[in-house]
Write a protein that binds this ligand. Structure first.
Ligand code: ADP
Length: 303
């Protein structure tokens, strides 16, 4: 989670980048070393800070690469970027496996990093007068839920708990066959309820399986059952000392629940829960595709 204090710690490095001759490297006198250039110590601290304050994130970089290129071409776009976009840009620039080595140095020299920091400073300034704490613990992310590094993933499962398509299939594939073996011991799960298993090969320790309602036109208790999925998953999270978790857009795939309606229910349940308890530190909504991402971001901004 990004906190105002964390951003302050990062923004404290801004003067390095404002100096006309930002010295990024230090040349080591020992030329027998393979690479005599190393980052100057304060720059190294800056990079470490970016990781520590969660400005470097997991996301589907390949799908976003073209977007990154647009910001490189027209850096004035940074002036209106949101926090998540800045995180993606920072991740793109500091991860050595993105673009090429030397890329970060170019970004510093061209003033691109300074532009990102200035935008971060503006966003930081707005935070004080900002949303309640419960909403700051929510993140909306576009990507694949199986890549999230959180304590628990929530699975949109079927009543049998024996695997299916969509997000259920993706979670079972990534977790490996032991997940299905454990699910077989659970005896299924009624719609609106939740059950928990280990995460096996997933980066998450736990998987919370909840069964969303099948959309039947809206008159069959669908709203309340969907709200129960979120409520019961969160209750199970607390019972297992889970502090960070990621939800997919439950019921909005094969089960046909209208996306905007489902999103409002998901956000309402999660914000109510977070406002009552500080135990869960972060809830991520993972949007598979651009449409869901836009709907989630718009809904979050209206809360
Ligand atoms: P349901 O049967 O509850 O509708 P689905 O798996 O069909 O479940 O879809 C639920 C949501 O999960 C959909 O919005 C779908 O786009 C999304 N989804 C599918 N695969 C993934 C994934 N790997 N990560 C995150 N969300 C996913």
């Amino acid at each position: 989670m990004i906190t105002p204090d964390g951003l302050d710690r990062i923004l404290a490095f801004m003067p390095i980048f404002e100096r006309p001759s930002a010295s990024l490297y230090e040349v080591r006198p020992d030329l027998s070393m393979m690479d005599p250039y190393v980052y100057a110590p304060e720059f190294t601290q800056f990079i470490q800070g970016l990781y520590r304050e969660n400005l470097v994130i997991d996301f589907n970089w390949v799908a976003w690469k073209d977007e990154a290129a647009k910001y490189l071409k027209n850096s004035s776009q940074i002036n209106s970027a949101d926090l998540e976009t800045l995180q993606k840009l920072i991740t793109t620039h500091v991860r050595a496996d993105r673009f090429n080595s030397g890329h970060l140095a170019q970004m510093v020299e061209s003033g691109h990093i300074l532009a990102i920091l200035r935008r971060l400073a503006t966003i930081r300034g707005q935070m004080d007068a900002s949303r309640p704490d419960s909403q700051q613990r929510i993140r909306v992310i576009q990507g694949d839920i199986t890549c999230q590094r959180v304590d628990a993933l929530v699975n949109a499962a079927k009543e049998s708990l024996l695997g299916g398509g969509g997000v259920d299939g993706a979670i079972h594939r990534a977790a490996g066959p032991e997940l299905l073996a454990e699910c077989r011991t659970l005896g299924g799960c009624p719609t609106g309820q939740a059950k928990i298993t280990q995460g096996y090969n997933l980066p998450s320790q736990w998987v919370i399986h909840t069964v969303g309602p099948v959309w039947q036109g809206g008159q069959h208790n669908e709203d309340e059952l969907l709200a129960c999925c979120y409520r019961n998953s969160l209750a199970l999270a607390v019972a297992h000392s889970i502090r960070t978790l990621a939800f997919p857009a439950i019921s909005t795939g094969v089960y046909g629940f209208p996306l905007e309606r489902a999103t409002r229910i998901a956000m309402a349940e999660v914000t109510t829960f977070l406002s009552r308890s500080a135990f869960v530190e972060e809830v991520r909504f993972i949007c598979f595709g651009d449409e869901a991402h836009q709907v989630y971001k718009a809904t979050l901004s209206t809360l």
